[in-house]
Design a protein around this ligand. Sequence first.
Ligand SMILES: Cc1ncc(COP(=O)(O)O)c(C=O)c1O
Length: 480
Amino acid sequence: MSPLENSRNESKHVCADVTKQVPNKGMSRRGFFKLAGIAVAAGAASVSLPKICAAKDLSSPLPYGSIADDKFWRNVQNQFSIDPNVVYMNIGTTGSTPKAILESYSKYNELAAYHPRTFEAELGATLGLPAQREALAAQFGCNMDEICLSHNTTDGLDTIINGLDFQRKDEILITHHEHIGALSPLHVLRDRYGVIIKEVEIPVLKTESADQFVESFRNNISKKTKAILFSHITYKTGTRLPARELCTLAREHGLISIVDGAHGPGMIQLDFHDMGCDFYAGAGHKWQCGPGGTGILYLRNQGENLPKFWTQNASTYTFAVEPYGNKRGAFDIAYSLQYRGQGNIAAFLATVDACNMWEEIGRDKIEEYVCGLGSYLKKGLKEKFGGAGTFFAPDIPEFATGLTSFNPFDDIHDSTKIMTLVDRLAKEAGYQVRYTDFYLHVGDIVRAYALRISTHLFHNRTQIDGLIDALYNIYLEMEG
Ligand SMILES: Cc1ncc(COP(=O)(O)O)c(C=O)c1O
């Protein structure tokens, strides 16, 4: 009996169902609804809400997309074990893993404990999670040799930025709203090698068309420019950038395109080939709701002008039969990045299960629902505050996301008021949101502040109505 067969046989004694899943493509595509009991739970009670959320008429259609099937979404919401005494609206920072995925994660961990080595053998001698990467490739519009699991967005960005072949005085264009996950490795390039990092101003208050973003980048391209880097969805305001158009611009000028996709996977549908980016670093734990310490990393490995790239944090490089240098296209570059020494394979497997669960619910449905709730929130705030307050991302479907940024106060530069509001919303009304700070324009020295509210598939309109009421009441008290 081979070690693989042996391990499967033995593991039947502890968690036979898991051993069936490991060598295959995670859970079967149809597995999670059944496992999670969504079908049987049809019509079950909705999530418990803080007292402040008085139920309102839910029959009116949402202004963005069709979110008619409340029963369906209640069943989805029942798959999460979030504390019913709070309404958690900070998915942009950390997601919440569904119950079924927690179960499978725990079973994978049990199996790993039972078979410390043969658990890895279940994945094949390559340890390259081939079936799992194949499943991800089908879901994210790319080839299997272009996608792997990373440890988080920061790790993915680090892998990309430090793997590229930048020289002194090369220029990288970025937006003025990038996250430290991208800025840190970029600043290392700047300080270590003399690479120039140039901020491009993107619209914040008057966002009207994709052209504004494209023109901002186009106007800053010079002979020295080698790459552009931008957030697909900025964490500061929640604006969705026109990724396809920006990647086309990069291609037209022979530039490398790098996308910080922390808020992409699990919130919106992604097709990397269609987007045309060279690199995309996403999170597995935020909107995709996989276990912590997971990410989804894409590297284009087909077509023309593949950027020179070194897989410097891949632990297969030294052991390659033939040194592969920075050859691209000829070998499975994603495989070599997948294997970085001992890792949390149980978390990777559970993240693929979460991805399969999202497929089963329907990524198109999820995007419509999540962005629809964002639009519902914006409209509700506008109504409640009678048009007062500042929105930092427009309610236009093209730019829509599950992140809404809003400041109700006249002085958007007052940090104390926003911090107090975040604090009081949590303590007095049970709504957990966060604030962000940012510059409206390149060169500003005073920051603007906004509440950042995440809407995800485990929320509903009643909760959003409750948040708007709570926010308004606290605002009135604060403004005397
Ligand atoms: C735009 C952006 N990039 C990168 C990160 C870092 O993400 P992670 O925690 O997955 O490393 C974040 C985190 O919030 C983010 O918002």
